[in-house]
Design a protein around this ligand. Structure first.
Ligand SMILES: NC(=O)c1ccc[n+]([C@@H]2O[C@H](COP(=O)([O-])OP(=O)(O)OC[C@H]3O[C@@H](n4cnc5c(N)ncnc54)[C@H](O)[C@@H]3O)[C@@H](O)[C@H]2O)c1
Length: 355
């Protein structure tokens, strides 16, 4: 089964194709929208697993095609990797009508998206997410970015792709931690925006990688929400902030522990736990709903970590802060977010530590 969702952004609208054979939609789309040359950005692991299958497809197009293969992991969201990629594009003579294929998880998508947006002030981009997290979240909506020592995703752009192809068949090789990290982002969308999705997740017996989750249904539900939000608030002036549920603290945890120690979704799980505690105090989240949310959170495994004592410093440096104020994203009931301006962001850290 393949489903297509449209992100409606006027002349920058684009389709998200989701399903078992989603990649097969790539060639027909490219035939309709010819390009001059392409570069596929891919990490070493995805290249070893799916390079042959993907390049078998793009080799059918009679256009110069290049590959930029980088080490896997968060460390590749760096200025040095961005520089190497842009220089490769220039050395290969890529022009304004060239295409960047981002084939991989959120790291590849964020890095390749940023390169596509700044090289020649913008070349064409197609996202081909290969992790659950990138299918339900990062490949849709146009946020790109790299990290610097001072904070996560502090350098980035908004740059929409021309299309997204989420081929569910590649998820079978995901490592367990990466599966659950993606599931954490699904839970974020459910808690902040979609009570129906939350109830569905609650009803699933085994949420593990080879368990009972209907993956296509889940990715479709998450992408519908994401598309709706991006259509209404592309540049995160207001509503889109709802997708930051659990992220202010999560990003702080990632930056303070060192990038890559926790998976992104694992850090977000900690952030959501703190946000739920504060939701009961600040937004009147009823205790039975709080408990249901915690029960579902507890079904997603999380490695033991000791939180660094200077975590606060990193939370305040998150790019979502204005001065020292942060827009806290909480929920008043499952599926209904609420924004609260926090003049003391340390309450997030305190809530987590006090648990
Ligand atoms: N742009 C956005 O809107 C947005 C939203 C959420 C998260 N993010 C970013 O996304 C990143 C996290 O994304 P991620 O969790 O996908 O991480 P990732 O890209 O590092 O992928 C996780 C691991 O899975 C491997 N992998 C990828 N596809 C695979 C497959 N099909 N089978 C086996 N292994 C596979 C990768 O090689 C990597 O080792 C973070 O940097 C986060 O900041 C961005």
């Amino acid at each position: 089964m393949t489903e297509t969702i449209r992100v409606g952004l006027g002349n920058r609208s684009y389709p998200i194709t989701i399903g078992d054979k989603a990649w097969s939609g790539l060639l027909p789309l490219l035939e309709k929208n010819p390009f001059t040359s392409s570069i596929t950005v891919i990490d070493e692991r995805v290249n070893a697993l799916y390079g042959e299958r993907f390049f078998g497809l793009t080799d059918k197009i009679d256009k110069p095609s290049f590959r930029f293969i980088h080490p896997e992991g968060e460390q590749s969201k760096s200025f040095s990797c961005l520089e190497s990629l842009c220089r490769d594009m220039a050395r290969n003579g890529m022009d304004r009508e060239s295409m960047v294929f981002a084939l991989g998880g959120g790291v590849v998508g964020d890095l390749a998206g940023l390169a596509a947006s700044v090289y020649l002030r913008g070349v064409r981009l197609i996202q081909l997410p290969t992790t659950l997290l990138s299918m339900v979240d990062s490949s849709v909506g146009g946020k790109t970015g790299i990290n610097i020592s001072e904070g996560k995703n502090l350098v980035g752009t908004f740059y929409q792709p021309e299309a997204v192809f989420a081929d569910i068949s590649v998820l079978g090789t995901l490592d367990g931690r990466d599966w659950y990290s993606g599931l954490a982002e699904v839970l974020k969308i459910a808690l902040a925006l979609d009570a129906g999705l939350f109830e569905y997740l609650e009803s699933v017996g085994d949420l593990g990688p080879a368990g009972d989750l209907d993956v296509t249904r889940t990715v479709v539900a998450a992408c519908r929400q994401k598309a709706r939000i991006v259509e209404l608030d592309e540049k995160e002036a207001g509503l889109r902030k709802a997708l930051n549920f659990g992220h202010t603290l999560g990003h702080g945890v990632e930056a303070s522990l060192g990038y890559g120690v926790l998976r992104h979704g694992e850090a977000v799980l900690l952030g959501m736990r703190a946000a739920l505690i504060l939701s009961t105090r600040m937004c009147g989240l009823p205790s039975d709903q709080f408990q249901r949310a915690i029960n579902l959170l507890d079904r997603i495994p999380l490695p033991d970590v000791e939180l660094p004592h200077d975590l606060n410093r990193f939370v305040i440096k998150d790019k979502k802060s204005l001065g020292n104020r942060i827009t806290g994203v909480f929920i008043k009931e499952i599926g209904k977010h609420e924004f609260v301006s926090l003049d003391d962001p340390s309450v997030l850290v305190e809530a987590l530590k006090a648990e």
